[in-house]
Design a protein around this ligand. Structure first.
Ligand code: MG
Length: 198
């Protein structure tokens, strides 16, 4: 009998080799991923986080419909949805979503330090950084986005009403402005496109 043969040791060797191979393959896979695929992963993550926080694309499309129906009598929800999807494909929008939601969640979990914790928790009106972050989205399709944003922020229809409901115990200090801004940007995009086709 071969006293040098130890089944447990042999098995361990196989496991180690498998692990090294796995690491190599995984590394190459990451390296081979194109820029486009990496960007779409960012978009997928931003969409996923919004969904986790209770915001669907259809909720934002409804806001676009609310903003644009009086200017475009034939407007459909499909057109609104398409414009929201195009806005969500923009990198600066994904950045704003990921940043804003992260801060909202940390505030909800009471993980921020003071005075930021309280300012976000009570949605302090003098804070204003939530709006500044939202402006990075509103900006994308030109200045008419600002008019739309101001209007929808004042009216707070649909999903914006729910996000602003302070009785839920949830914190959406950033997300409400981000959602309003996405709808404003999508409305601007829609308006620019309509002008070109009319
Ligand atoms: Mg806010």
């Amino acid at each position: 009998m071969n006293t040098y043969f130890n089944p447990a040791k042999e098995q361990e060797k196989v496991v180690n080799i498998s692990y090294v191979l796995y690491k190599l393959v995984k590394k190459d896979w990451v390296k081979l991923m194109s820029d486009k695929e990496q960007i779409s992963q960012m978009e997928a993550k931003a969409r996923e986080r919004m969904k986790e926080r209770g915001v669907e694309v259809s909720d934002i499309a409804e806001l676009v419909f609310f903003l644009q129906k009086k200017y475009h009598p034939d407007l459909t929800m499909d057109e609104c949805t398409l414009n929201v999807n195009r806005v969500l494909a923009k990198r600066e929008v994904q950045n704003a979503i990921l940043t804003g939601i992260e801060l909202d969640v940390l505030a909800e979990q009471k993980k921020l330090s003071e005075p930021l914790q309280t300012m976000l928790e009570i949605d302090e009106s003098l804070y204003g950084v939530d709006e500044v972050l939202a402006f990075s989205i509103v900006n994308i399709y030109g200045s008419i986005g600002f008019t739309n944003y101001g209007y929808i922020d004042k009216e707070k229809p649909g999903i914006l009403g729910r996000l602003n409901d302070k009785s839920t115990g949830e914190c959406h200090t950033f997300l409400d402005d981000i959602v309003g801004a996405i709808s404003a940007a999508a409305s601007s995009r829609l308006a620019h496109r309509a002008r070109h086709t009319e």
